[in-house]
Design a protein around this ligand. Structure first.
Ligand code: NAD
Ligand code: AHE
Ligand code: ZN
Length: 370
């Protein structure tokens, strides 16, 4: 079939909107009509050539929502007409990781996904006779896309696509990092570094679990207002107090250090600050941000010897097919908010504007509606 898509032809070049060719779903695969997709900073990170798994030409996008239109042989968990959220962290429920109940990092399709192809090693997309690579197993910047059955979560039909798509990454990652990865308890003091499409969901996750102080740190003063609406109690701008004073400021605000901190910037220097402002003895720092290829984190071992814990999270620790529908319910039941975070919507033809708005700090989340 033919479908409209935004193609990432090469790094650091605008996406091009073209009609591409898409093969139907093979065994264990599903064809999904994408109705809406968010643009996440990770898409930008890959487009900028910072992703060690970045392959071009490809169709990016991993934060979508849509409708199953066709299923390949052997598919049993969804059928045409089902509403789904594509999953860049699949859930097969058969691999060692899924069976361990210790991690959401299902391995069933991850190796081929990282090579931009389907589980059989081939691509379903092509353009002018040339192969196009898939992205994060989703490629939601295409009106129609093919995914593994394990990479779609069936959701309720009354959830609006232009909001539910955000649950495909940012909302679940941010709220999940608080609830599932960190397990923040009521009354805990939390610090969130980076108040963008992910960080603001960490803020609302902290509010949801009854955190005490919810400190937000961002170099963009325009983020303070919305962050306070979402539950932030204290705002720290490194540009105002000096980046070198951020750790001391958070330690002061929390009476000795935060119980939990979250990096939502992808900046390795910020990741270090987030760790070092954790409380001696028990503070935990969760890395959400994705650092560009080659970047590494560092700190004195003494920071860990004295009880601080450094860990990370993928998709907020959520099991894709099991937990994503719960987040949709939390939104529909108004336990969490999404609408104010989606600051821009646009047609596919304007998708490059979404990247500009993100880099200019003028958007929180942009959504393309097909
Ligand atoms: P975003 O651009 O919407 O937000 C980033 C925020 O960080 C902005 O508000 C920016 O002003 C702020 N910031 C930048 N540098 C800063 C600094 N030095 N100090 C304080 N604040 C700073 O991006 P996003 O979509 O929220 O994504 C955030 C990060 O999370 C990215 O690295 C993205 O790749 C990553 N991510 C990871 C996962 C995961 O599963 N681990 C999921 C989604 C996104
Ligand atoms: N291909 C990248 C991986 C970067 C990364 O860490 N990705 C996050 C999701 S970001 C979504 O916006 C993740 O969950 N990774 C787990 C996984 O299985 O990749 C690189 O750096 O190589
Ligand atoms: Zn993302």
């Amino acid at each position: 079939m033919k479908t409209r898509a935004a193609i990432a032809v090469e790094p650091n070049k605008p996406l091009v909107i073209e009609e591409v060719d898409l093969e139907g779903p093979k065994a264990g695969e599903v064809l999904v009509e994408i109705m809406a997709t968010g643009i996440c900073h990770t898409d930008a990170y890959t487009l900028e050539g910072k992703d060690s798994e970045g392959i071009f030409p490809s169709i990016l996008g991993h934060e979508g929502a849509g409708i199953v239109r066709e299923v390949g042989p052997g598919v049993t968990s969804v059928e045409p007409g089902d509403h789904v959220i594509p999953l860049y962290t699949a859930e097969c429920r058969q691999c060692k990781t899924c069976l361990s109940q210790k991690s959401n990092l299902c391995t069933s399709v991850r190796a081929t996904q990282g090579k931009g192809v389907m589980p059989d090693g081939t691509s379903r997309f092509s353009w002018k006779g040339k192969q196009l690579y898939h992205y994060m197993g989703c490629s939601t910047f295409s009106n129609f896309t093919v995914l593994s059955e394990y990479s779609v979560a069936k959701i309720r039909k009354d959830a609006p696509f232009d909001k539910a798509c955000y649950i495909g990454c940012g909302v679940t990652t941010g709220v999940g990092a608080v609830v599932w990865t960190a397990g923040v308890e009521p009354g805990a003091n939390v610090a969130v570094f980076g108040l963008g499409g992910i960080g603001l969901n960490v803020i609302q996750g902290a509010r949801l679990v009854g955190a005490n102080k919810i400190i937000g740190v961002d170099i963009n003063p325009a983020r303070e207002g919305i962050a306070r609406e979402f539950g932030m109690t204290d705002f720290v701008n490194p540009k105002e107090i000096g980046a070198g004073n951020v750790v001391d400021k958070v330690v002061e605000l929390t009476g000795g250090g935060a119980d939990y901190t979250f990096d939502c910037t992808g900046n390795t220097d910020v990741m270090r600050q987030a760790l070092e402002c954790c409380h001696r003895g028990w503070g935990e720092s969760i890395i959400i941000g994705v650092a560009e290829a080659g970047k590494e984190i560092s700190t004195r071992p003494f920071q860990l010897v004295t009880g601080r814990v450094w860990k990370g999270t993928a998709f907020g620790g959520a099991r894709g097919r099991t937990d994503t529908p719960k987040i949709v319910d939390w939104y529909m039941d108004k336990k969490i908010e999404i609408d104010p975070l989606i600051t821009h919507t646009m047609p596919l033809e304007d998708i490059n504007k979404a990247f500009d708005l993100m880099h200019e700090g003028k958007s929180i989340r942009s959504v393309v509606i097909f």
